[in-house]
Design a protein around this ligand. Structure first.
Ligand SMILES: *Cc1c(COP(=O)(O)O)cnc(C)c1O
Length: 476
C-alpha cells in the first residue's frame, strides 16, 4: 500500500486528531452554553463561498479546519438560537454519530448492520407503543420528515390501488387532502407521486391556523365531482409556521367514514407522546394509519432520524413491494431485519443507534422533560409578548413555536410589515439572536422556535428589548 493511503487510515492519527476534536467541540459546547460566543456567525453566501474556496489548511494543525467551521457556523447550542426547528442535539447522540461514521454499517440488509438494525427495532417498538398502537403496529426509520411523509403517502397510494401502480402506473386521478398550513413537504410528496396540482387538496385553516375539519366533507364531494379520488387525509401535529395542531380525532372519524388513509405529520410535535402534560395535543393520533415523527426536531437526536410508524405492520411492507432479487429475499416474507424492503434508502445511516444511546444513557424520561420544558417556555414567552404594548402575538401557541411582530399605532399594515422584515434582517446580520420570519394572512411575523433547554425568560426579554431598539433605529 501507498504511504499516503496508510496515512489516511492511520489509527494513531485518528486518535490524535480525535482527542483534539473532542476538546474543541466541548469548548464549543461550553462557550455556547455560557454565551461567550454569539448565536450566529452570518456571512453572505458569496463571502462564505470565497472563504472556503480560497481556504489554506495549516498542515501542522489539520484540526484547525474544524475550528474554522465551528467559527463560521450557526450555534444551535446557544440559548439565543431560537430559529428553525432543529434541536440542539444531546452530545451523547453526537458521539453515537461518530460511531456510525466510523463503522459505516449500511443497514440495507441485515448483515450490513446487525446491531444497528436490532436497535432500530427497539426504538421503533418503543415509539409504536408510545403513540398508542397495539401489537399490530410497526415501523422503521428514514432520513428526514420529508422523505417520511413521502414514504407514508406512497404506502397510502399503494393501498388505494392494490399495488397496481408499480406495474401499470396511475390510471386515475388521485388526491390527498391536507390543511393549507401544512409543511411544504406534503405538497411536494403529492407532486412527486405524480398526482399534480389537482392531487393536492388544501383545506382552509381557521382562525387558530388549524384545519377546518368541518369542511372535509364539502371538499371531498367537490373533488369527487371533479373526478378526483381522495385516498388520504394528512393531519398536522403541529403545522410548521404556527405550531398549531389539527383536530386528529375529527380527521380520524372522517377517514374512517370515507375509508381514506389517515396520515399524521408529527415531524415536530409527535415527540409530545413522551410528555404527560402535552400528550393530549395528540388525541386521536392512535387512529392514524401512519405517523411521521422526527428525532432531530423535538427528541434531541442529531440529524437525520425520522420514525415512520404504521398502525398495521403489513402496510409498512407494501410500499415498495417490487422485484429486486439480488438484494431482497423474493419469498416476500415480512422481515423486519432487512431494512431496504421498507425504506426509500438502500444504504442508510445507523440512525437508530443515536436515539438508542440517548435512551440507554440518559433514560426515557429526558424526552418528556425536554418537550414539557420547551412547550412551557413557549407559553411563557407568549405571555411576556402579550403584556408588551409594542408587540402583537399572532396567537396563543400550542407548542414552542411562537409568532409575533413589533407594532406601533399610526403605522399602516404595509409599514409594519416592512419594519418587521427589516428587524429580522438586522437580527440575522448582528448575530446576537437567531429568529426566523413567517407570513400569516399577509402579515409579516417574526417566528421563534424555542429548541434550547438553556433558553430562559431572561433571554426572551432580552430579545424583545433588542427588537425594540432595532425598531427604533429603523423607524426614526
Ligand atoms: C420539519 C418538518 C417537516 C420536514 O422534516 P425534515 O426532517 O426537515 O425533512 C415536515 N413536516 C413538519 C410538520 C415539519 O415541522
Amino acid at each position: 500500500m501507498d504511504d499516503k493511503l496508510k496515512e489516511v487510515y492511520s489509527p494513531a492519527q485518528f486518535k490524535k486528531l480525535g482527542y483534539e476534536l473532542v476538546d474543541m467541540l466541548s469548548t464549543y459546547l461550553e462557550n455556547a452554553q455560557q454565551e461567550t460566543i454569539p448565536a450566529n456567525n452570518y456571512f453572505d453566501p458569496a463571502d462564505q463561498f470565497r472563504y472556503w474556496k480560497n481556504y489554506q489548511l495549516n498542515p501542522d494543525l489539520p484540526t484547525s479546519l474544524f475550528k474554522d467551521i465551528i467559527d463560521r457556523s450557526i450555534q444551535i447550542h446557544h440559548p439565543k438560537y431560537m430559529g428553525h426547528q432543529v434541536c440542539a442535539p444531546a452530545p451523547i447522540g453526537a458521539l453515537a454519530s461518530l460511531v456510525s461514521s466510523v463503522l459505516n454499517n449500511g443497514q440495507a440488509i441485515y448483515e450490513m448492520g446487525g446491531s444497528a438494525t436490532a436497535m432500530e427495532k427497539v426504538v421503533v417498538d418503543l415509539m409504536v407503543n408510545k403513540v398508542g398502537y397495539d401489537s399490530h403496529g410497526d415501523g422503521f426509520l428514514t432520513s428526514g420528515g420529508t422523505l417520511g411523509n413521502l414514504t407514508a403517502l406512497l404506502t397510502a397510494r399503494q393501498q388505494a390501488v392494490n399495488g397496481d401502480v408499480w406495474e401499470n402506473g396511475l390510471g386515475e386521478q388521485l388526491g390527498v387532502m391536507v390543511s393549507a398550513e401544512a409543511h411544504y413537504s406534503v405538497d411536494r410528496a403529492v407532486r412527486v407521486m405524480g398526482l399534480g396540482a389537482k392531487g393536492i387538496i388544501k383545506i382552509p385553516a381557521g382562525k387558530n391556523f388549524s384545519m377546518q375539519t368541518d369542511l372535509l366533507d364539502e371538499y371531498y364531494e367537490k373533488a369527487k365531482k371533479d373526478g378526483i379520488r381522495v385516498i388520504a387525509v394528512v393531519g398536522c401535529a403541529p403545522s410548521t409556521s404556527t405550531g398549531m395542531h389539527d383536530d386528529l380525532e375529527a380527521i380520524g372519524r372522517f377517514c374512517q367514514q370515507r375509508k381514506c388513509w389517515f396520515h399524521v405529520d408529527g415531524a415536530h410535535g409527535g415527540a409530545a407522546v413522551f410528555s404527560n402534560k402535552y400528550k393530549p395535543l395528540l388525541k386521536g393520533i392512535e387512529q392514524a394509519d401512519s405517523i411521521v415523527i422526527d428525532g432531530h426536531k423535538m427528541l434531541m437526536t442529531p440529524a437525520l432520524i425520522t420514525f415512520v410508524l404504521y398502525k398495521n405492520k403489513h402496510n409498512s411492507f407494501a410500499t415498495f413491494r417490487q422485484k429486486a432479487e439480488y438484494l431482497l429475499d423474493i419469498s416476500g416474507e415480512e422481515e423486519w431485519y432487512n431494512g431496504a424492503k421498507r425504506t426509500m434508502e438502500c444504504t442508510k445511516l445507523m440512525m437508530g443507534m443515536k436515539f438508542y444511546a440517548i435512551l440507554k444513557i440518559h433514560g426515557e424520561e429526558v424526552f418528556g422533560q425536554y418537550v414539557t420544558l420547551m412547550y412551557d417556555l413557549g407559553k411563557t414567552f407568549a405571555e411576556i409578548i402579550a403584556q408588551n404594548p409594542n408587540f402583537e402575538l399572532a396567537l396563543m401557541p400550542d407548542t414552542n413555536i411562537v409568532c409575533f411582530r413589533w407594532v406601533k399605532n399610526g403605522l399602516s399594515t404595509n409599514e409594519i410589515n416592512v419594519i418587521n422584515a427589516r428587524i429580522r434582517e438586522t437580527l440575522l446580520r448582528e448575530n446576537e439572536f437567531y429568529v426566523v420570519q413567517t407570513s400569516l394572512n399577509n402579515l409579516v411575523y417574526m417566528r421563534t422556535t424555542l429548541m434550547n433547554p438553556f433558553t430562559n425568560e431572561i433571554h426572551l426579554k432580552q430579545l424583545l428589548s433588542k427588537i425594540e431598539a432595532v425598531a427604533l433605529e429603523i423607524y426614526k
